[in-house]
Ligand binder design. Sequence first.
Ligand code: TXA
Ligand code: MG
Length: 370
Amino acid sequence: MARVYRVDKEAPDPAAISRAAEVIRMGGLVAFPTETVYGLGADALNPSAVERVFRVKGRPPDNPLIIHIASFEDLYSVAEELDWRAEKLAKRFWPGPLTLVVKRSARVPDATVAGLDTAAVRMPRHNVALRLIEAAGRPIAAPSANKSGKPSPTLATHVIQDLGDEIDLILDAGPTDIGVESTVIDLTSEKPAILRPGGVSREEIEAAIGEVEVHPSALGLLLHGGEAPRSPGMKYRHYAPTARLIVVEGELEVVRSAVAGLADLLMSRGIRVGVLSSDGYRYRANVVRDLGSRSNPLEAARQLFKSLREMDDEGVDVIVAEGWQEEKGIGLALKNRLRKASGGAVLSAEWLLRGLKTSPSGVYMEVMGT
Ligand code: TXA
Ligand code: MG
């Protein structure tokens, strides 16, 4: 079992940081908090340490890691041929939840970037992360500290559940601020493209560098045949609870009737149902988790992964979730994570309501895949 050091978020104990940095330098694995989610850190310049990250996460070997840095000089050591947009975004949003995909330097081993000629780099806005990178004296490669495919960890207990037996040390600084991962933007193409929406919004990025593309997968729809994934992470199911997750999208009132109807139908067939709600709307279900007010998407983002994990802990078979369609700000990230977590099980509320009236068994078969 990993050692767990509880540290203060603002002023972490230097002794704990230096022990953790020592583990990184020796090629070990340290889970640490960032402002988004907990990361599973390894020396980004040590291929065998990085390979161990892939092994313990069960991560597909072609999905590269994000390199975490603590100073602007570090950016120049891992990247090459930076254009003005990369520098502008780094200056504007770092430290913060924005990851830049740039041309990598020869210093970065193949293992870290899965053999690509680009690297994803970010400077996290968290004192524990920054102090750890500084003390280690090298960039730290870190994916989210969950088993591959599971919801990302926003608490140290999530890391312990998924990886506690397989890693060396965990720095626990309490819940993370943002709750969803960083925005990933590709700056190596003609027009910059958001590959994964996250903690920095499209609007904020466009205010800094002008118009950007949003890759279709950033909306969380599954890629259809023929479209090459630009971010290797795009092609895998992500953030998924163990329970089957159904996302219901449409106009809010219709969504609520449809979610309530589907929960009733499933419970009547003996299925243990969790509902992911908002605005404190009162559903009848075995377990209900509420993301809070729809007018506060930042709070909803903070709660999302934790709520999915809690419903798994409660042993539900199916989670029925109100969809998130407001794309403003962090809304785009919420919509993306919900859709991806469902593995494409996104249903139209109107279709569902009609089906519940005309053919409940049809709906049941569609939802349960039997
Ligand atoms: O907020 C975050 O970004 C967290 C914290 C720990 O920093 N990290 C995180 O890492 O979410 P991970 O590995 O779970 O997600 C990294 C994403 C993946 O979708 C991956 O495919 C993409 O970044 N990525 C990494 N390197 C890339 C590259 N060179 N080109 C395109 N996409 C890349
Ligand atoms: Mg991840």
